[in-house]
Design a binder for this molecule. Structure first.
Ligand code: COA
Length: 318
């Protein structure tokens, strides 16, 4: 027993920031960003928290599913950009939705939505929950260094959510973790301990080695997708869509070429929302669902990768 998807929802804050807007204070250009990353614009929150955005995406998913919110027994939320360490963003979303259920959070950076799906599958397997909400939400603008053109132009804010019930549609998954704080990371502020030895702490802003990340990402997508194909006796003709983490359109294009899948099989929406980290896969799923592109029985691959370093891929039947 695992789960099946009953509904999807997403939310992006209304403040749209174009590449030209960023070029006002960063040494960059619309042409460079579109060519090297594939982003035209992204949404940056002015006053909405990761919890606020998550609650709106979750509300949309609940409406889309037709489920009575009282039946939701679990919220699993992925984020790295909550406002507080305690309470977790998951707890704040539970409050905003007016639910009484269990709520917990997962930090696996940009791969976290897949880690959340795997975790929720365990709850369904044990028969512990009737319905569950799985959410990815990120206010990336909260941790971006807006003086660093290598990272500031890539990310965006938003949230995506799925409502799930027990079923057999989560077919297989693969996970990889390689502890490494040099390629991608973000520190936390240090308090005022007189015992804390200063000088080793990381700045509380996102940092990234772009080229190392790029190589890791392409290798991970290819390896993880192929593993699931081989293990399940499938070919890419059997897959309706590959819904990857939206980090860079060139990463997706490279992986697509290496896997020799036809154009259009990899879905892309990074042009209008940037890299929203753990929110990118559920936001993309919601786009596809609301556009009527997903048919019952469609097989989907959800490859993800990012900080950790971590990568993951889930095979899901719609
Ligand atoms: N605008 C203009 N120029 C920029 C720039 C920007 N926003 N960012 C970097 N550059 C410059 C660099 O300074 C460098 O200039 P130089 O040749 O004068 O030194 C040049 O562009 C090439 O830099 P490089 O780092 O080789 O670019 P790149 O082609 O690797 O693209 C990234 C940079 C960050 C877009 C790319 O490496 C990338 O997308 N990596 C993966 C990032 C990612 O997916 N992160 C999320 C993981 S979940």
């Amino acid at each position: 027993m695992s789960f099946r998807v009953l509904g999807t929802g997403s939310y992006a804050p209304p403040n749209v920031v174009t590449n030209d807007d960023l070029s006002q204070f960063l040494d960059t250009s619309d042409e460079w960003i579109q060519q090297r990353v594939g982003i035209k614009e992204r949404h940056f929150s002015v006053n909405e928290t990761a919890a606020d955005m998550a609650a709106k995406a979750a509300q949309a998913a609940i409406e889309n599913s037709g489920v009575d919110p009282e039946e939701i027994d679990l919220i699993i939320l992925a984020t790295i950009t909550g406002e507080t360490q305690v309470p977790s963003t998951a707890c704040m979303v539970q409050k905003l939705l007016g639910l009484k259920c269990m709520a917990l959070e997962i930090n696996a950076a940009c791969s976290a939505f897949d880690f959340a799906l795997e975790t929720v599958a365990g709850y369904f397997a044990r028969g512990k929950v009737r319905k569950a909400l799985v959410i990815g939400t990120e206010r990336m603008s909260r941790i971006l260094d807006f003086t660093d053109r290598g990272t500031a132009v890539i990310f965006g804010d938003g949230a995506g959510a799925l409502v799930l019930e027990a079923g057999e549609n989560y077919i297989d998954s693969v996970f990889y973790v390689e502890g490494n704080d040099e390629v991608i990371g973000c520190g936390l502020p240090v308090g005022n301990s007189p015992y804390y030895e200063r000088g080793q702490e990381k700045k509380p802003l996102a940092y990234m080695d772009g080229q190392a990340t790029f190589k890791f990402a392409v290798t991970a997508i290819v390896k993880d997708c192929n593993t699931l194909m081989e293990r399940n006796g499938l070919t890419y003709d059997d897959i309706a869509y590959i819904v990857p983490h939206q980090a860079n359109k060139r990463i997706i294009d490279f992986a697509s070429k290496k896997l020799k899948v036809p154009d259009g099989k990899f879905t892309i929406n990074i042009d209008k929302c940037g890299n929203t980290s753990s929110a990118s896969i559920p936001m993309m799923l919601d786009d596809l669902n609301r556009a009527g592109k997903l048919k019952e029985g469609d097989l989907l691959l959800l490859p993800a990768f990012g900080g950790g370093l971590a990568s993951a891929c889930c095979l899901l039947r719609w």
